[in-house]
Design a protein around this ligand. Structure first.
Ligand SMILES: [Zn+2]
Length: 220
């Protein structure tokens, strides 16, 4: 497997990596995804009546998105949305370890130490994946994090990691937009992302934590 994403929420796979996923899939590589929660704490926009209905709605949205992206393997767990920091990190790390050991990805992608935006589920996912990755026998997969510009929120600066991998995914722009739009109930997250990070739609940026970059990498 070329790429395995491990993220907490339905939609965490698409904004920052949808084009990269499609490019790998089109090149004949396999791509996998672990989604740790069902996203029941997200906005409903009046489309769902309560957390259970929202989780079911988002499951269908995620399935449509993954069809568009071409993701081959998907594991969807039911950990509590908004509550990952209350789950022992070893338990989440075991989920990550099992996925990495069975799927044997060349690259594992997750959130950076500051969770990109400080979301506690993103931070908890980072810690679990990092712990599991460190315990893997050599040779370990490459470890990539989502990376964007320096956040406005200064509390996120201490653990900020700048991009060192830049991928032009503009050939996949139309399909990426269609994949993003599958997450219909999360339309406000989508427009927020477009407003703040429009440049990250055609260009996806990551921080490759391991192996360390000899020089700033570009599309490979
Ligand atoms: Zn998320």
């Amino acid at each position: 497997m070329k790429l395995l994403l491990i993220v907490p929420h339905p939609d965490d796979e698409v904004y920052g990596a949808g084009g990269t996923i499609m490019e790998f899939v089109e090149a004949g590589h396999r791509v996998g995804l672990v989604t740790l929660t069902r996203g029941e704490k997200g906005r409903t926009l009046g489309l769902a009546d309560g957390p259970e209905a929202l989780a079911a709605l988002r499951e269908g949205e995620l399935r449509a998105c993954l069809d568009e992206l071409g993701v081959h393997e998907h594991r969807h767990l039911g950990y509590p949305d908004g509550g990952l920091r209350d789950i022992p990190v070893e338990e989440l790390a075991e989920v990550a370890r099992e996925a990495m050991e069975t799927l044997r990805p060349e690259i594992v992608l997750t959130f950076p130490p500051n969770g990109s935006n400080g979301h506690p589920d993103h931070v908890a996912t980072h810690r679990a994946v990092r712990l599991a990755w460190e315990a893997l026998p050599e040779p370990r997969p490459e470890l990539w994090y989502y990376a964007g510009p320096l956040p406005e929120n200064e509390a996120l600066h201490a653990e900020y990691l700048p991009p060192n991998v830049t991928r032009d995914v503009s050939p996949f722009l139309t399909r990426k937009l269609r994949a993003i739009a599958c997450h219909r109930s999360q339309a406000l997250s989508t427009v927020d992302f477009f407003r703040r990070f429009a440049e990250r739609i055609p260009t996806e940026t990551f921080h490759r934590a391991a192996p360390p970059n000899e020089k700033a990498a570009s599309s490979e």
